[in-house]
Write a protein that binds this ligand. Structure first.
Ligand code: RBF
Length: 165
């Protein structure tokens, strides 16, 4: 399936782990907040829907997507946090700035995930325009926040499967 056809809120839910004792942090960029709020809401509700407890979900805001890496790193350093979800929207084409931001954040999030040995999920939309962003923030293509939360849940489960015996 091409990414253009994908509905981000439709995923397999076989064998999901018990996450009632897992802690999640969601870091949200304030840039394009009309979209990032919807992504946050999708991620938050998906975590709750699949068993996370509200008191085990923390939120931290950062000014823009460029700051997601450091915000997520701070949460990832906390022993009690099991997974971090980084949420942002960088609209491509508006300025060349997006290339720098997208690459820096994708690379940064990969690095801190490895460094901290825990899932740090790239919940960043990189649409060509605002319409594509709306379509993926609870619109016709679902919600990228839902997908990011489900990815966090699955990675937390995989880590336990590998390391907890
Ligand atoms: N942050 C985003 O999260 N999404 C954007 O689309 C975005 N575009 C930007 C475009 C320009 C020209 C600049 C200067 C910043 C942009 N930022 C964006 C903010 C960036 O992530 C960061 O917060 C600032 O660059 C810090 O000063």
């Amino acid at each position: 399936m091409s990414s253009a056809d994908k509905n981000l809120s439709v995923f397999s839910t076989n064998d999901l782990p018990d996450i009632s004792n897992k802690k999640f942090a969601i870091v949200v960029a304030e840039w394009n907040d009309e979209i990032t709020e919807k992504l946050f809401e999708g991620a938050y509700q998906t975590l709750l829907q699949y068993g996370a407890l509200a008191q085990n979900i923390e939120r931290g805001n950062v000014p823009g997507s460029f700051e997601l890496t450091l915000g997520a790193h701070w949460y990832a350093q906390r022993e009690d946090i099991d997974a971090v979800i980084a949420i942002g929207v960088v609209i491509q084409g508006e300025t060349k700035h997006n290339d720098y931001i997208n690459h820096a954040v994708a690379q940064g999030i990969t690095n801190i995930s490895i460094q901290n040995n825990k899932p740090v999920i790239f919940g960043v939309l990189t649409p060509n325009n605002m319409e594509q962003a709306i379509d993926r923030a609870g619109g016709v293509h679902g919600n990228k926040g839902d997908e990011a939360a489900m990815t966090a849940i699955k990675m937390v489960g995989l880590k336990d499967k590998i390391f907890v015996r």
